[in-house]
Design a protein around this ligand. Sequence first.
Ligand code: NAP
Length: 268
Amino acid sequence: MAFVDKYGPWALITGASAGIGAEFARQIAAKGLNVALVARRRERLEALGEELESEYGVRSLAIGADLCSDDFLSTITEALGTRHVGLLVNNAGSGMTGEFLDHDLDDELQMLALNCRAPLVLAHHFGRRMRDDRRGGIIMLASVAGIVPTPMFANYSATKAWNRFLGEGLHEELARDGVDVVSLCPGLTQSEFFEHVNVDPSNWPAPMRATIMSAEDVVKAALKGLGKHSQVVPGLSYRMLMRLSRLSPGSLTPWMIDRVMRFALPKS
Ligand SMILES: NC(=O)c1ccc[n+]([C@@H]2O[C@H](COP(=O)([O-])OP(=O)(O)OC[C@H]3O[C@@H](n4cnc5c(N)ncnc54)[C@H](OP(=O)(O)O)[C@@H]3O)[C@@H](O)[C@H]2O)c1
C-alpha cells in the first residue's frame, strides 16, 4: 500500500517546532501527507507549515498546545475538527541531566507528563480510530537511553524505556488491526535538545562528537522501519553499542555511562 493510502490523509506530529519533530514534518510532507503540527511555539509551526505547503503542495495546521496541561487533548481534537489522522508521531519530549536528588520533584513530574502521559493519551485516542479504520501508524520516541539505564539522566532514561516498551508492545498488539507501531531509539542527534539538557558537545573529544547524528538520518531510518520493525536504532555505531551493552555484565554499562556523563556534563 502506498504511504499516503496507509497513513494519510493527515499526520499529527508533536514537538514539530524544532529538531527531530520538524524533520518528521518535512519528510512526511514530502511523502504527500498533510501535517498537523503541535508544540507550544505556534509561530514556528505556522512558518514551517507555510514552507511545507509551498514546497510539497500539502495542507498544514499549526496547533499551539502545552502537552503537560491536563486538557491538551481537547485543544488538539478541537483544532483538528474533521481532519482524519492516520499517522501519529509521538515526538515531543524533554529531559534533565544531573543528580536526580538535586532536581526539583515538580520538574521531574512535568517531564513524566510530557514524555509519558502525553504520548499515552494520544496513542490511546488516535489508536482507537486507526483500529476502526484497520490502518494507520504510530511512532513512539524512545532513545538509546531507553535501552541502557543512564545515570545522571535517570528519570529521562526511564521515561524513554517506558516509550520503548509501550511502542514494542503495541507493535505486536495492533499488528492484527492493521496498525503499524515502531519505537524509535536515536542516539545523540543534532537538535535543540542539547541546550535544554545543559550539554555542550563542542567541548567533547572528536570521537564522541562524531557519534552525533543528523535529524534527517534519524527520521529517514524511522520512516523506513515503520511497518517493518518494532524498534529502530538509527546508525551502525549505536546498533553496535547496543549489542555490546547486551553482552556486557549487567552493572558495567551503567557504571561506564555514569563516568561518561560526569565527564560530558558542565562542572558546576
Ligand atoms: N536529540 C537527541 O539527542 C535525542 C536522542 C534520543 C531521543 N530524543 C527524543 O527525540 C524527541 C525530540 O527531541 P529533539 O531532540 O528534537 O528536541 P528539541 O529540538 O528540543 O525539540 C523538542 C520539541 O518538543 C516540544 N515540546 C517541549 N515541551 C513541550 C510541551 N510542554 N508541550 C508541547 N511541546 C513541547 C518543543 O516545542 P516547544 O518548545 O515549541 O513547545 C520541540 O518542538 C524527544 O522525545 C527526545 O527525548 C532526542
